[in-house]
Ligand binder design. Structure first.
Ligand code: 6CM
Length: 256
């Protein structure tokens, strides 16, 4: 009995996220769930403009300005075959592979590991002429969300990034301009049941993706140049990232 109790406690220590004990946790919980609701809303209703389309991928934006700076919300939907939502969000979250797919980066540092599923990250992005160089400091969290609306469907996975502060990286130091961002990647897998009770392979998987982003550039930048950069960079990012995950998962066991 004592042995079982010890084993149970050990498992709790190993598997339970440590994040709820952190002072940022209420915000992480609130923003992640808000982003999930926001991502699930459709793009109908005339407020979203389609600005890029490539096969299954569609990208929409709303043109908005705050204090003269473009902060256009972006929403993209995509469908990718052969991978799961867990795999997609894992590789979006994992700092170990970020340089494999994120082409706007110059440097990245994990400032704090709040838990296995929650990090604080400082990124320095490549300078885009004529603007000053930007950095971004944000918490990043990934989680599985049980699918309440359809119990037969696969769970939903979300990775969420949201700007924060950290004593190791005050924003007024150095010549970087700090961007403010809220980004989420929400994914759901569907499985086409194989004939004759055969095992599920990657050929039976389809992953539906919604990516949402709002970035405030934080300081002066010409609006038309910023919009031109976004129009080029966001489709490039989503195509490159999803192809990276497909290639990376190919021939690997499926992670549901
Ligand atoms: O979501 C994406 N990447 C994540 C991991 O890196 C994370 C980071 C988002 C940072 C977005 C800020 C980009 C820097 C903006 C520079 C503005 C200056 C432009 C000047 C133009 C004249 O969420 C993918 C992000 C893809 C971005 C295109």
């Amino acid at each position: 009995q004592q042995y079982l109790e010890r084993l149970k406690n050990k498992q709790v220590v190993r598997f339970a996220s440590q994040a709820p004990a952190h002072p940022l946790w209420p915000e992480i919980e609130r923003v992640t769930l808000e982003q999930l609701q926001y991502a699930r809303l459709g793009v109908e209703g005339g407020v979203w403009q389609l600005f890029a389309e490539d096969g299954e991928m569609k990208m929409y934006k709303r043109e908005e300005e705050v204090d003269g700076l473009a902060v256009d919300p972006l929403k993209a939907v995509h469908t990718v075959k052969g991978v799961t939502g867990r795999e997609m969000t894992h590789y979006f979250f994992s700092p170990d592979v970020r340089f494999e797919w994120e082409t706007t980066l110059e440097q990245m540092k994990v400032l704090e590991t709040i838990a296995d599923d929650t990090l604080i990250i400082l990124q320095i992005h490549k300078r885009v002429w004529p603007a000053s160089q930007r950095d971004a400091l944000f918490w990043s969290h990934v989680r599985r969300v049980p699918n309440d609306t359809d119990r037969d469907a696969q769970d939903i996975w979300i990775a969420c990034n949201h700007s924060t502060e950290h004593h190791e990286a005050p924003s007024n130091e150095g010549k970087m301009v700090r961007v403010a961002l809220t980004v989420c990647l929400v994914c759901q897998t569907s499985i086409e049941p194989p004939a004759d009770g055969r095992p599920v392979t990657r050929d039976h998987l389809t992953c539906k993706i919604t990516y949402c982003s709002v970035v405030n550039p934080g300081g002066w930048v010409p609006t038309s140049a910023l919009r031109a950069v976004y129009k080029r960079e966001y489709p490039k990012f989503l195509k490159r990232f999803t192809q990276y995950v497909k290639d990376r998962c190919d021939k690997q066991p499926i992670l549901f």
